[in-house]
Design a protein around this ligand. Sequence first.
Ligand code: R5P
Length: 289
Amino acid sequence: MKVICTEKSQILATSLAHALQTTVVEVKYSRFPDGEQYLITGELDDETIIVGSVVDSDSLVQLILLIDACDSSNNQLVLPYMGYARQDKRFRQGEPISARAVAQVLSRGVSEIITVNIHEKEVLNYFGVPARNISLARDIGTYIKTLNLSNPLILAPDEGALSFAEHVASAGGWDFDHLEKTRLSGVEVKMAPKQLCAAARSVIIVDDIISTGGTIATASSMLYQQGAKDVFAACVHGVLTGGAYVHLMAAGIREVICSNTIERGCSKISAASQIAQTIRKSDHKDKKI
Ligand code: R5P
């Protein structure tokens, strides 16, 4: 078994290979003069773990090309961050179900798929092969422990994320709650409190994705108004688009914590160990059969 990856998932793939006690196949990535992507892989094994987050259109195309280049091998696909997953329904007539379109194209040439905190579990059904999702909620909790905060409050930005906050909080037996959020536009979010008691407490707002940072920046300002001691932001997927990191810092966030499903300077949590465990379990299951 060997690991191979797209350009945007090199660090996670290397950690994963280390955890699986194997190596990463080198890939040379380049472009034709017209901008089209090209790649060529080193020597493959019979079993290949392909690792590639879809963070933009280029990384999606590169992942499609990489899967095709590995067609001589039995492939498992690790999709640490699946862009386009948030358009998981046809909200208005004439729209694509983008999550379905991406899932279908990435299912060709792989026998199994592992995702990490996929935006909605239903998206797993769009893949044409068995797909499993792992959660880094406990890993976020484990990282929060290292901050040595006294009696922190774990907050979800909305009710939908409450179960995620509960799992994060379970790592330390901490309090958890949620805020109420009203989205005014693609980038504007209005927050209203539910039952917060943030005064004099360290608050960690946790979410699956930080995209523009608008949700958490609004919540942060509100929590400081209520007397919070300090506010942290933690997520699995640090999309951090359009200056989100700076926006969060300007809103008084003490530290932005994310995982390496998208490789960032603030990727403090690695998904490698959980992905490796899932691959080992799947390997074991196949051998038993
Ligand atoms: C939404 O459904 C997600 O779970 C996140 O809450 C959202 O993507 C965060 O967006 P932003 O950072 O732009 O407020």
